[in-house]
Write a protein of this length. Structure first.
Length: 307
C-alpha cells in the first residue's frame, strides 16, 4: 500500500523531513519538529504507517540490545600498566549508536501539512507573485550583479572566454514592462534572442565570457501551464566560440497578482557533463506556483511541454 502524502524522514538525510506527495519524493525538506521519542524503524518490506507485528517488535528490541552491548564492550575500561608501577590508568571511550535508513521507504511522523511558501526549498519572487522550487544542486543567489536572478547552481568556475567567474546554471525572472504584447507565445519568441545574447554572448559589462555565440538551434517550444495560467516556452541550444555552450529557455505567462503583468522566466543551463540536468527546466516550470497557492490548478492546468 502506498503511503499517504505527508512529511516523512528523508532517507538520504535522516536528520531532515521530506515531503512525500503520495507517489514520489518532492524537493521540499524541513527540520523535524520535536514530537517525542522517534518511531521504531519499519521492518524490511513493511510500508510506513503500518503496525509492526509482535515478531518485528522483538527483532527491533533485540537489535537495539546488540548495539548497546557492542557499545559497552567497545567502550570497556582499558588498563595500561606502566613499567613496574602498581597503579593503572583508566581510558574510557564513549560510543553513540546510530540508526541508518535501510530503504527509500519513508518513516512516518505526525505532521501532514503540505509545504508552504516559506519552505526552505522554495524561492519567492514577491514582485511577480510566484514561488519557484529550489532543487538539489541549486542555491539562492550570492555575489551576482543581476538582481533578477532567482537562483543559481552551487559553485563557480573560470569562464572559458574573457576573464571572469561563470556559473553552470541560472534562473532569472523579469517583469515585462517595455512591451504592450500580452500573448505568452509572442513574448517568449521575442525574448529568446535577448536571453541567449545576455547568457552566452556579451555580459552586463560588455565582456564575452564564452567568446560569443556562433550558432543556435531550436530544441522545442510550446504551450505549458505555469502557476495555473496558460504560458508558452521556447528553448534553444546555443553553441559558443569557447566552452561547451548551453541551453537557454524563455518562459512567458501572466502573473496572477496586481495588474497581472506578463512575466518572463529565463533559464540558462551550461551544456556538457558539468551543466545541470536539462530535465530541471521542466521540473522548475512544473513547480512554479502563485504566491500563497499550494494547489497549482487553474487556467491551462492540463497543458504541458512535449518532447
Amino acid at each position: 500500500m502506498t503511503p499517504p502524502p505527508g512529511w516523512y524522514r528523508d532517507p538520504r538525510h535522516p536528520h531532515l523531513e521530506r515531503w512525500w506527495d503520495g507517489t514520489a519524493w518532492t524537493e521540499h525538506r524541513r527540520e523535524p519538529a520535536p514530537v517525542g521519542p522517534p518511531p521504531v524503524p519499519p521492518a524490511p518490506g513493511r510500508p510506513p504507517g503500518g503496525e509492526a507485528s509482535g515478531r518485528a517488535k522483538v527483532i527491533a528490541l533485540t537489535t537495539a540490545g546488540v548495539v548497546l552491548v557492542a557499545a559497552i564492550v567497545t567502550g570497556a575500561l582499558v588498563l595500561r600498566e606502566d613499567d613496574g608501577a602498581e597503579d593503572s590508568t583508566t581510558v574510557t571511550e564513549s560510543i553513540t549508536p546510530t540508526f541508518a535508513p535501510t530503504s527509500e521507504t519513508p518513516s512516518p511522523v505526525e505532521s501532514t501539512s503540505e509545504p508552504s511558501a516559506d519552505d526552505p526549498a522554495v524561492v519567492e519572487d514577491q514582485l511577480n507573485g510566484i514561488t519557484v522550487p529550489l532543487l538539489d544542486g541549486w542555491v539562492r543567489p550570492e555575489f551576482i550583479v543581476d538582481d533578477d536572478v532567482l537562483m543559481a547552481t552551487d559553485g563557480t568556475y573560470d569562464c572559458p572566454g574573457d576573464p571572469g567567474v561563470c556559473r553552470h546554471g541560472l534562473v532569472i525572472s523579469r517583469t515585462v514592462t517595455d512591451n504592450a504584447e500580452t500573448s505568452p507565445e509572442a513574448l517568449a519568441k521575442a525574448d529568446i534572442t535577448d536571453a541567449a545574447d545576455a547568457a552566452y554572448d556579451r555580459d552586463l559589462v560588455g565582456k564575452r565570457p564564452f567568446g560569443g555565440i556562433e550558432s543556435h538551434e531550436l530544441v522545442k517550444a510550446g504551450p505549458v501551464a505555469v502557476a495555473g495560467r496558460a504560458g508558452y516556452f521556447v528553448r534553444w541550444r546555443v553553441k559558443t566560440a569557447k566552452g561547451p555552450g548551453g541551453y537557454v529557455q524563455s518562459l512567458a505567462f501572466q502573473s496572477s497578482v496586481g495588474t497581472e503583468t506578463p512575466v518572463v522566466v529565463r533559464y540558462v543551463f551550461d551544456a556538457g557533463e558539468d551543466g545541470p540536468p536539462l530535465a530541471d527546466m521542466d521540473r522548475i516550470t512544473k513547480g512554479i506556483r502563485s504566491t500563497g497557492d499550494t494547489n497549482g490548478g487553474g487556467v491551462g492546468s492540463s497543458i504541458g511541454p512535449t518532447d
